[in-house]
Design a protein around this ligand. Structure first.
Ligand SMILES: C[S@@+](CC[C@H](N)C(=O)[O-])C[C@H]1O[C@@H](n2cnc3c(N)ncnc32)[C@H](O)[C@@H]1O
Length: 287
């Protein structure tokens, strides 16, 4: 099996469908994280930025407004197609996009000043190799900044469903690097520090980011719940419930969420991520 084959199939198949259909709503939902990321990384006009797991390009295009050039790289062809269309429609001429696996792509050494990622670095089957590859793409002293999710239990927005699912079956032990690639792979700050350090970065900082997020970026209660139920993590949790109980579980999710809906705002639920930043150390292959 080639590197990241399963994830490549997922992000070019089932996982991509909801993202492509609902790209604008995902962007609104995750805006607090994108804003924190762009603010933290300290972009300057002379920078060349690489956005890993850029998806439909929201953070690439946001970065492009501040810097001379921004490149979005993602393993998913359908998502990158959305990103390219958005760049064209918004007349952004300093952003380009590449479909590739960030773990194995042959970057020109030192081609970028900054690497950013919004929830795009948790899906590697060899995380040290992938992060070392990103470090190679950076100039010496260049910065990486990314957000990853804290654990399932820390994320109120997923646990609204988790609490219902656990009435039927135990919740899975998701995440940590030992759990393999996936949404919660980078949930443990000590593991994040060790990984980033092993890949040749220095000055690693891991800060919590715990905003409220508006599910689907707003809309009616039904629209918000339908959006949440369409998300991969939620579909995955609900699929653990026996088929005979699934409708009852979905009804229970709907009624538990109804009380949390705020008219004029939407379904605003707690979210918890890590904002990680570090600098590229001396490349071991530098002379
Ligand atoms: C949770 S989505 C985040 C997308 C986007 N950054 C956003 O915030 O909307 C994760 C992204 O990582 C991409 N991805 C997963 N594995 C990858 C890999 N090995 N190389 C590059 N991109 C990858 C997926 O295709 C997907 O677009």
């Amino acid at each position: 099996m080639s590197a990241n084959q399963q994830m490549s199939e997922a992000w070019n198949g089932g996982e991509s469908v909801h993202y492509v259909e609902e790209a604008d709503r995902y962007d609104r939902q995750l805006a607090p994280f994108a804003d924190a990321l762009i603010e933290r990384v300290g972009l300057e006009p002379h920078h060349a930025v690489l956005d890993i797991g850029c998806g439909c390009g929201v953070t690439t295009l946001a970065a492009a407004r501040h810097v001379r050039a921004a490149t979005g790289l993602d393993i998913s062809t359908p998502l990158v197609q959305v990103a390219m269309t958005r760049a064209r429609e918004a007349d952004v001429h300093n952003a380009d996009f590449v479909v590739a696996d960030a773990q194995t792509f042959s970057f020109d050494a030192g081609a970028f000043d900054i690497v950013i990622s919004e929830f795009g670095l948790m899906f590697f089957d060899d995380p040290v190799r992938a992060f070392a590859n990103l470090r190679r793409a950076l100039v010496h002293g260049g910065r990486i900044a990314f957000v990853s999710w804290q654990g399932l239990e820390a994320n109120d927005w997923v646990m609204t469903v988790g609490e219902v699912v656990r009435r039927y079956v135990p919740l899975p032990q998701l995440g940590g690097l030992a759990g393999g690639p996936g949404m919660f792979a980078l949930q443990n700050p000590d593991e994040i520090r060790s990984l980033v350090d092993a890949a040749g970065f220095v000055d690693v900082e891991v800060e919590p980011v715990t905003p409220g997020i508006v599910i689907g970026g707003g809309g009616t209660l039904d629209e918000s719940i339908d959006f949440l139920l369409g998300m991969g993590i939620v579909r995955g949790l609900l699929s653990r419930v026996d088929a005979a109980d699934r409708d009852a579980a979905v009804d229970a999710v709907r009624s538990s969420l109804a009380s949390r809906y705020q008219p004029g705002v939407g379904l605003r639920l707690g979210a918890a991520g890590w904002l990680v930043s570090a600098r590229a150390g001396q490349s071991p292959d530098a002379g």
